[in-house]
Design a protein. Structure first.
Ligand SMILES: Nc1ncnc2c1ncn2[C@@H]1O[C@H](COP(=O)(O)OP(=O)(O)OP(=O)(O)O)[C@@H](O)[C@H]1O
Length: 266
C-alpha cells in the first residue's frame, strides 16, 4: 500500500491506441479507490465510478469531502492509495475555478499555448484557437489581454483552451464558483451546448445542486470525509437544455432529492 506520494496509479492502454468511442468502455473508471494523504487524512473511501463518452457526471458533496482529490486522481495529478483509476482518453482537459490564464498573452495566444506545447504548426494553431474562441462566444476579443476581460470572459477563454485540445475527457473543478449568478447561469447554458456539440465525457465538481442538475446526465452525491458515493441520480432530459428547464416541477423534485441526500450524509 502506498501513501499517496507514489507515482499516479492511472492505468489504461497507451494514448495512441485509446478510444472512448466504444460506449461499453468507460472513458474514466474508479474501482474501489481510497486516498490517504501522508498527513493521515483519509480523503476518499471505496469510490467506484464510471463515466462514459457522452456522459456529463457532476459530483456534489460537503466541503472537504474529497471532491477535488477525486478530480486530481482522474487527471493523474496524484495517485490512489487503494484501488484503480482507469482513464481511456487520448486527451484529457482540466478547467479550474480560476481561469489560470497567462496575463502577458492575448486570449488567442493563451488558447494557442496548447498547440504550441503539442508542436502544432503556427497557422493551424491559429485556426484552431480562432475556432475555439468563436465557439465560446469570444469572436472579436482574440487580441485582448486577460486583464481587459470580465470574469465570465476569462472563464470562456479557459474553456476554449480546454476544448481546443479536442478532449475525450473534460474535468471541471468548480469552474463557475467565482462568477456572479447571472454570468454563472449563462455559462451553464453555454457549457451544456458545447458538451452536446463536442460529445466528450465530463466530470464536474460543484457546490451548486441546481447547476449539477441543469448540466448533468448523472449527479453523484458524496458523503462527508472520507468521501464515499452515497447516491447516483440520473437526470432525464436530453441536450441541448433550455434555461427554462430550471422552472420545471421535475427539476425541483430532483434538486430536492439531492438536497436530502446531501443533508443525510454530511
Ligand atoms: N495534499 C494534501 N495533503 C494533505 N491533505 C490534503 C491534501 N489535499 C487535500 N487534503 C485534505 O483532504 C480532504 C479533502 O480535500 P478536497 O480538497 O479534495 O475536498 P473538497 O471536497 O474538494 O473540498 P471543498 O468542497 O471545500 O473544495 C480535506 O480534509 C483536505 O484538507
Amino acid at each position: 500500500m502506498s501513501t499517496g506520494t507514489a507515482a499516479p496509479k492511472v492505468t489504461g492502454p497507451p494514448p495512441e491506441t485509446t478510444s472512448s468511442s466504444d460506449p461499453a468502455t468507460p472513458t474514466l473508471a474508479f474501482r474501489g479507490v481510497a486516498k490517504v494523504f501522508p498527513t493521515g487524512t483519509r480523503a476518499l473511501e471505496d469510490v467506484s465510478i464510471d463515466v462514459r463518452a457522452g456522459e456529463f457526471v457532476s459530483v456534489v458533496g460537503p466541503s472537504g469531502c474529497g471532491k477535488s482529490t477525486l478530480l486530481r486522481l482522474a487527471a493523474g495529478l496524484d495517485g490512489a492509495t487503494e484501488g484503480e483509476v482507469d482513464v481511456r482518453a487520448s486527451t484529457t482537459s482540466f478547467v479550474f475555478q480560476e481561469a489560470t490564464l497567462l496575463e502577458w498573452r492575448t486570449a488567442r495566444r493563451n488558447v494557442e499555448l496548447v498547440g504550441e506545447l503539442a508542436g502544432v504548426a503556427a497557422a493551424e494553431r491559429r485556426r484552431r484557437a480562432a475556432e475555439a474562441l468563436e465557439l465560446v462566444g469570444l469572436a472579436g476579443f482574440e487580441d485582448q489581454h486577460p486583464r481587459s476581460l470580465s470574469g465570465g470572459m476569462r472563464m470562456r477563454v479557459s474553456i476554449a483552451r480546454a476544448l481546443v485540445a479536442e478532449p475525450q475527457l473534460a474535468l471541471f473543478d468548480e469552474p463557475f464558483g467565482a462568477l456572479d449568478e447571472i454570468t454563472r447561469l449563462k455559462m451553464q447554458t453555454e457549457l451544456q451546448r458545447l458538451f452536446q456539440l463536442k460529445g466528450f465525457a465530463a466530470m464536474f465538481i460543484t457546490h451548486s445542486i441546481s447547476e449539477a442538475v441543469y448540466l448533468s446526465s448523472r449527479v453523484l452525491v458524496m458523503s462527508g470525509r472520507p468521501g464515499r458515493i452515497v447516491d447516483d441520480i440520473e437526470v432525464p432530459w436530453s441536450y441541448p437544455r433550455s434555461p427554462e428547464l430550471r422552472y420545471e416541477p421535475e427539476f425541483g423534485r430532483i434538486v430536492g432529492r439531492l438536497s436530502h441526500a446531501l443533508e443525510a450524509h454530511s
